[in-house]
Design a protein around this ligand. Structure first.
Ligand code: DGL
Length: 253
């Protein structure tokens, strides 16, 4: 199977960090990006709400021509990926906090997993830890305010690192898993707070999986893939927002 158009969604701008990698690794694919700006943040909402919003997002993307869906959101994956796979016929690729690479790079060391409250409290993460982190020392940390900072364009301030520090039990982690797609924008702040930690996110592994699941092979040497952006149901056309979306993708490249 070879798909031409892939739909990606997140509650907001977090998934752009995944879109950036997908555009790099699949340069001749067309992407449709759906930021559910009307309902962001997802991470502090109920399972039922997150499932409903995720189904609406996927339905919209498929109607616009997506032949596969990438859930560029750890929270929506945790709460809704099983429902999406049951409801839709097309391939649905989700993402989960990168616990596996963190434990394999740092066996028997102390690891911090940061995510939204819904992901931290969700059964999927605990199952992932049971399967992959037995014997490892893993602390969990919910950082919902980072999503609010990101959606308000606040990235590098002292307030951000002070917030992360106030939520962390210690600073001597060997690895810090960024288990929310909004978090890679804050790598510099995380590095200030956890100076010894390797920062690990699941972006590249997720896009590799997307390539595999969609049978992707590069067909053209020209990077001619297109991207269309939607904020919930509305096409994004104002140049300021489009420039901001491109700038965020440059930040994480
Ligand atoms: N970016 C999302 C994630 O990866 C959701 C953040 C939110 O809306 O709370 O978990």
């Amino acid at each position: 199977m070879r798909v031409k158009t892939i739909g990606i969604f997140d509650s907001g701008i977090g998934g752009l960090s995944v879109l950036a990698k997908a555009r790099e690794m699949m340069p001749d694919v067309d992407f449709i990006y759906y930021a559910d700006t009307e309902h962001v943040p997802y991470g502090t909402k109920s399972r039922e709400e997150i499932v409903n919003y995720s189904v609406e997002a996927a339905k919209f993307l498929i109607k616009k021509g997506a032949e596969a869906i990438l859930v560029a959101c750890n929270t929506a994956t945790s709460m809704a990926v099983d429902t999406l796979r049951a409801v839709f016929d097309c391939p649905v690729v989700g993402m989960e906090p990168a616990v596996k690479p963190a434990v394999s790079h740092h066996p028997h060391e102390r690891i911090l997993v940061c995510a939204t409250p819904a992901t931290i409290g969700g059964e999927k993460l605990h199952e992932l830890l049971r399967r992959n982190a037995e014997g490892a020392e893993v602390d969990l940390c919910a950082l919902p305010e980072l999503v609010v900072f990101a959606e308000n364009g606040i990235f590098d301030s002292e307030i951000v690192s002070a917030y992360i520090r106030s939520r962390a039990a210690r600073e001597d982690y060997s690895a810090c898993v960024l288990g929310c797609t909004h978090f890679p924008y804050f790598k510099d702040s995380f590095r200030l707070v956890f100076p010894y930690a390797e920062m690990i996110d699941g972006t590249e592994g997720t896009v590799r999986r997307l390539c595999h699941v969609t049978g992707y092979e590069r067909e053209s040497s020209l990077d001619r893939g297109t991207v269309k952006y939607y904020n919930t149901g509305a096409a994004v056309s104002d140049t300021q927002t489009l420039a901001f979306y491109e700038e965020l993708q440059r930040r994480v490249r």
